[in-house]
Write a protein that binds this ligand. Sequence first.
Ligand code: NAD
Length: 276
Amino acid sequence: PHTPTLDLHDGHTIPQLGYGVWQVGPDIAEDVVGQALAAGYRHIDTAKIYGNEEGVGRAIANSGIPRDEIFVTTKLWNEDHGHDCALQAIDASLQRLGLEYVDLYLIHWPTPKRGKYLETWKAFQEIRDSGKARSIGVSNFPREELQEIIDATGVVPVVNQVELHPYFNQAVLRDFHASHGILTEAWSPLGQGGDLLQDTVLNRIADRYEATPAQIVIAWHLAIGNVVFPKTVTPERIRENFAALDVRLDAQDVDVITGLDRGQRLGPDPATVETP
Ligand code: NAD
């Protein structure tokens, strides 16, 4: 299947389904990213802290796919906040990736106690203007911090990448994003493969569509307008997750899945996380 793209507010586009590589070891990154590209994915979500940018870059280089047909995201890690550090961090990421630019560069966490996300966001505009990142956005930003960087700079992040799955669907934040033209990217979209995929309601829907629970969850993300990049290193699941593009949920099933929300966060709360 062909991946649909969504418009970023800066004029660029982003493939709505991608492949995420958190907890993918540097030893296997090249192999599994190569498999994902062969399966049809054209969007890779990595980060400095994942420690696998080199493998991601090698897989892209060896794929034979033109650079402009692959959307690559990486992220600035917490210790690199601040103007000068940010400018160095993008250069280092590009060097590890072996790329001249990334499609999207994100501030990974606001780490509010550090007090440097606004300065970092200003540096991101320089990074975008330099062409080293085509688009700039943020991750794990609560509404208050989003509003603050928008008010201070007039520059709206193209995306905010946040924890989001049917048990934690971020309805309020998604509305805020929509009202500012910010796309919502969903991390841990499958609830990290835990309880969510055993959910009875979800499994009943999956049976009706002759799809897997993971495919139903991915189809739900696509239906509500999220950008999504499930992670797996299992070859069959790499293909299974991509084939979710063929699952079209009807509106009622989308609403039922949205109704599964339990306010259940799996990862850290961005308002307090400061590590490292
Ligand atoms: P995920 O929700 O994608 O779950 C991945 C796990 O689900 C796998 O390890 C596997 O156990 C299971 N799984 C995957 N496909 C399956 C299938 N078809 N059937 C059954 N089980 C399946 O979790 P994730 O890795 O946390 O999130 C995806 C991506 O989001 C990451 O790789 C990363 O790119 C991004 N992310 C970003 C942040 C951030 O702070 N910005 C944080 C976490 C993750």
